[in-house]
Design a binder for this molecule. Structure first.
Ligand SMILES: NC(=O)c1ccc[n+]([C@@H]2O[C@H](COP(=O)([O-])OP(=O)(O)OC[C@H]3O[C@@H](n4cnc5c(N)ncnc54)[C@H](O)[C@@H]3O)[C@@H](O)[C@H]2O)c1
Ligand SMILES: [Zn+2]
Length: 387
C-alpha cells in the first residue's frame, strides 16, 4: 500500500520520432519583495519571517560584523531562528574567487541544506560574492540581501547580478541569480563614513539621469540632508532608487538586449577600478568619473544640453564626487584607463559601447564612441561647475 502522503505522478511521454526536433526548455518567474524601513524591529522581523523554520548562514564582512552583526544575530536567535555566520575581510579584494571558494567550503561542512537560507549582510562586495556562492552551492540555494551601504541599498542588492572579480576584468565570473527578498534597513547607514555615503549617492544620481528627472530634482534639493545621513531623506532616496532599478530590471532582467542604461558611467568606471587594482578608488567614485566622462563625450557631440551637463557636474561636485581624473583619491594614468577599456568586453572593433546622457532622464546607448573621444573627455578640464 502506498503511504498516504506519497507524491504520485502519471505521464505518457511519446517516443521521439526520427527527425523531430528536440528542445530543452526551462521557465521560471522570479519576483521578490523589497522592504525599505527605518525600523530595526521591522527589519529583524522580516528576516525572521523569511527564515520560517529554515537555518540561516549569515555572510558578512569583519567591519559590518563588528558594527551590526551581534545585534542582528541575537535578534534573529531571540526569534527562534538558527543562525550561523561567516565573515570575510572588508573591501573589494573579498570579491574574489578564492574567498568564494572558502565560503563554499564552509557551507559544505555546515548543516545548511537546499531549502535553507543564505543572508548576505553587508555592502555590494558581500552581496555580489555571497549571491554568486548562493547561485552555485547545490545548484542554487535561496538568499536574502540585507544591504548595509548606501550603494548596496540603492543598487547592488537589487537585480540579481552576482559575481566575483578577476584580475583581467571586474565581475568576470558571475551569474544572474535573483534574491528571495531584499530587506533594506536605513538604520545601518548611520555608521557609514562620508566617503561611502558619497559613493552610494553616485549610483543614485546615475538612476536619476537615466530614468527620473524627479529623483534628480530630489537629490539636488536634498544633497545636504543626504550627506548628513538624515534618515527621512535617505529612506526616500532608497525607496525611489529601488523602485526605479526594479522597473528598469524587469524590462530586461537577463541583459539579453545588452543595452542597458544602468551601465551609465560603468564603461570608464570599471576600467578605472581595474587599473587601480580594485580598492583605492571606490566603485561609486569610479562610476561618478565615468558618468562625467560620458557626459563630456555627449556634450562634445552636441547631444547633451549644456544646462543639463552643468546640473550633472554641479550635483556631483556638491556631493563631493570626482568628475575629473585628477580628483580621484589615487593617481590614475589616463592611458592606462584607455588600455583597460580595450580588455573590457563591451569593446567591439575599436569602438566602445557607451551610455550617453541626452537630458536628465534620457540616455542614448551607442557603439561608436572612439578611444580618441574617451581620451579627450578623460583629460578635459572640467567646465564650470559653479552651482
Ligand atoms: N550587483 C550589482 O548590481 C551591483 C551594483 C552596483 C555595485 N555593485 C558592486 O558593489 C561593490 C561595491 O559595494 P560597496 O560600495 O557597498 O562596497 P563594500 O561592500 O566594500 O562596502 C564598503 C565598505 O563599507 C563597510 N561597511 C559596510 N556597511 C557598513 C556600515 N553600515 N557602516 C560602516 N561601514 C560599513 C564595508 O566593510 C567596506 O569596508 C562593487 O564590487 C560593485 O561592483 C554591484
Ligand atoms: Zn555600479
Amino acid at each position: 500500500v502506498l503511504p498516504e502522503d506519497s507524491y504520485l505522478t502519471s505521464d505518457d511521454i511519446p517516443l521521439a520520432a526520427p527527425g523531430t526536433p528536440i528542445e530543452g526548455r526551462a521557465e521560471r518567474s522570479d519576483a521578490y519583495p523589497v522592504v525599505v524601513t527605518s525600523d530595526a524591529d521591522t527589519a529583524h522581523r522580516s528576516i525572521a519571517d523569511l527564515a520560517a523554520g529554515r537555518r540561516i548562514m549569515l555572510v558578512t564582512d569583519d567591519t559590518v560584523l563588528a558594527l551590526h552583526g551581534t545585534s542582528l544575530v541575537s535578534a534573529l536567535r531571540s526569534r527562534g531562528v538558527e543562525v550561523e555566520f561567516v565573515s570575510v575581510p572588508p573591501g573589494e579584494r573579498s570579491k574574489d574567487l578564492s574567498v568564494a571558494v572558502k565560503l563554499l567550503d564552509r557551507l559544505a561542512h555546515s548543516p545548511l541544506g537546499r531549502r535553507d537560507l543564505i543572508v548576505a549582510f553587508g555592502g555590494g562586495v558581500v552581496i555580489d560574492m555571497a549571491g554568486w556562492v548562493a547561485s552555485a552551492y547545490m545548484r542554487g540555494v535561496p538568499y536574502v540581501n540585507v544591504p548595509t551601504t548606501l550603494l548596496a541599498h540603492v543598487d547592488a542588492a537589487l537585480g540579481g547580478k552576482v559575481a566575483v572579480d578577476h584580475p583581467v576584468a571586474k565581475n568576470l565570473i558571475g551569474a544572474f541569480y535573483q534574491p528571495t527578498a531584499v530587506i533594506s534597513h536605513i538604520g545601518y547607514l548611520a555608521s557609514l563614513d562620508g566617503r561611502q555615503v558619497r559613493a552610494g549617492l553616485a549610483e543614485a544620481v546615475k538612476k536619476a539621469i537615466i530614468a527620473s528627472p524627479q529623483l534628480f530634482g530630489f537629490i539636488e534639493s536634498n544633497v545636504d540632508e543626504l550627506l548628513a545621513r538624515q534618515p527621512q531623506a535617505l529612506e526616500q532616496l532608497v525607496r525611489c532608487a529601488s523602485a526605479i532599478k526594479c522597473e528598469l530590471i524587469a524590462r530586461d532582467p537577463y541583459e539579453q538586449e545588452l543595452r542597458r542604461a544602468l551601465n551609465f558611467g560603468h564603461t570608464v568606471g570599471h576600467a578605472v577600478e581595474t587599473v587601480t587594482g580594485y580598492g583605492p578608488v571606490l566603485h561609486g567614485e569610479a562610476v561618478a568619473l565615468g558618468m562625467a566622462v560620458a557626459a563630456r563625450i555627449s556634450l562634445a557631440r552636441g547631444w547633451f544640453a549644456p544646462h543639463a551637463y552643468d546640473r550633472l557636474i554641479g550635483v556631483l561636485h556638491r556631493i563631493g564626487l570626482p568628475h575629473s581624473i585628477a580628483q580621484l583619491e589615487t593617481n590614475v594614468d589616463a592611458d592606462a584607463v584607455i588600455g583597460a577599456l580595450g580588455k573590457i568586453r563591451l569593446i567591439r572593433d575599436g569602438s566602445l559601447r557607451f551610455v550617453l546622457p541626452v537630458d536628465v532622464g534620457r540616455v542614448a546607448i551607442v557603439d561608436d564612441v572612439t578611444e580618441d573621444e574617451v581620451a579627450r573627455s578623460l583629460s578635459a578640464h572640467v567646465r564650470a561647475a559653479a552651482s
